[in-house]
Design a binder for this molecule. Structure first.
Ligand SMILES: [Zn+2]
Ligand SMILES: [Zn+2]
Length: 164
């Protein structure tokens, strides 16, 4: 071991260092620096054992209970899909998820349906649930002015968004 590195093993220095680094996210650059610094260094058996134990504590080789696995799976299922965000997803249901769309009221949807009655683009009406959508003509999902909201069928609604 080179003499210049000796201070790295001073217990006080190490404690300060680890305290300073604690909780700080390691950037890719940082990780690369660490990796570069470690390359070519040899570790004693004792050090290797300590590193192995530390890695274990970070979740490597950790055995999860079935309940824990289920929780993780449920959490992942609940995450929004990037291709299903915004109006393409829940907004089409209008008042179903009112908290996600500021100012939205089921009454707005009902008002638009009673005013337009059919799809503004193709004239179709489909009474099945979720088949008629209310669409913000200017694509501003917070502009609930009735002149900005039009009734569309699923197909035409999709077309309006894909042509944009
Ligand atoms: Zn239509
Ligand atoms: Zn829309």
């Amino acid at each position: 071991m080179a003499k210049g590195r000796a201070f790295h093993h001073d217990p006080e220095y190490r404690a300060k260092l680890s305290a300073a680094l604690k909780g700080r996210p390691k950037t890719a650059e940082h990780r690369e620096k660490i990796r570069a610094a470690l390359v070519g260094r040899t570790f004693s058996d004792e050090t290797r054992a300590r590193m192995k134990a530390a890695a274990k504590g970070r979740g490597k080789g950790r055995k999860l209970s079935p309940q824990h696995r289920a929780n993780i799976a449920a959490g992942k299922r609940g995450q929004p899909r990037p291709d299903m965000t915004g109006e393409l997803n829940t907004k089409w249901d209008g008042g179903v998820a009112p908290t996600r769309f500021a100012g939205w009221r089921k009454s707005i949807r009902l008002a638009v349906i009673s005013r337009d009655q059919v799809c503004r683009d193709c004239g179709k009406w489909d009474a099945r649930p979720r088949c008629m959508h209310v669409h913000h003509a200017d694509f501003d999902e917070t502009n609930h002015d009735l002149v900005n909201i039009v009734l569309l069928c699923v197909t035409c609604h999709r077309a309006r968004h894909s042509s944009n």
